[in-house]
Write a protein that binds this ligand. Structure first.
Ligand code: CA
Ligand code: CA
Ligand code: CA
Length: 195
């Protein structure tokens, strides 16, 4: 029995099926990652300083958790290390709505502030339930925010997705400040849906 299709036609059909499957995947709603995502940053893209390695985001029902992992997270004030975790909780409004700013060495404090985009330098402190902890052994900064902290941000669209950007800095050995952003500066991660 002879085949009705030439090899060329069969290949085309296979290709068409593959394209159809890809389109189906792209069309699936909820492109945001669900609940937990980890975003990695290049190691050693800054010299001495508090090199950012990864940012883990857990967007839970009650709490949002952000864990940043570093190289050279040390207790000494000589590190002059610190950072900001920018939170994009209203995806319709350009830039971040909140930032957790703090020092990354012994004796430093932190604060969650409300900001209006990237250029906002004088955001107001938010009174809500949140905490941040430095772990020098694990080289992590663990932060937890009650979802109530962001309750007012997106009342209009009822979205619960969050995107993050992180900027850390620290003293260079030869003076000056090294700055390390997660990926491209002032560019948010993929959205993490609340799970
Ligand atoms: Ca880095
Ligand atoms: Ca925003
Ligand atoms: Ca970087």
């Amino acid at each position: 029995m002879s085949s009705f299709m030439s090899p060329t036609t069969r290949r085309s059909m296979a290709a068409a099926t593959a394209v159809g499957a890809a389109a189906l995947v792209l069309a699936t709603p909820g492109a945001a990652h669900a609940a937990t995502s980890t975003f990695t940053d290049k190691a050693g893209d800054i010299g001495p300083g508090v090199d950012l390695l990864s940012v883990k985001v857990v967007n839970g029902e009650t709490n949002l958790r952000v864990v940043t992992t570093h190289r050279d997270l040390v207790p000494s004030y000589r590190s002059a290390a610190g950072g900001a975790v920018y939170l994009d909780t209203d995806l319709d409004s350009k830039g971040p709505e909140h930032a957790l700013v703090g020092g990354y060495f012994d004796g430093t404090d932190y604060a969650l502030v409300e900001v209006d985009g990237w250029g906002d330098r004088d955001g107001e402190r938010v009174e809500c339930d949140y905490a941040s902890r430095l772990d020098y052994d694990a080289e992590t900064v663990r932060s937890r925010f009650s979802q109530d902290c962001f309750a007012g941000d997106d009342a209009a669209d009822d979205s619960t997705d969050v995107r993050v950007e992180v900027r850390v800095s620290g003293a260079k050995k030869d003076g000056g400040t090294a700055v390390d952003w997660l990926g491209t500066p002032r560019t948010f991660s993929k959205a993490v849906a609340r799970g």
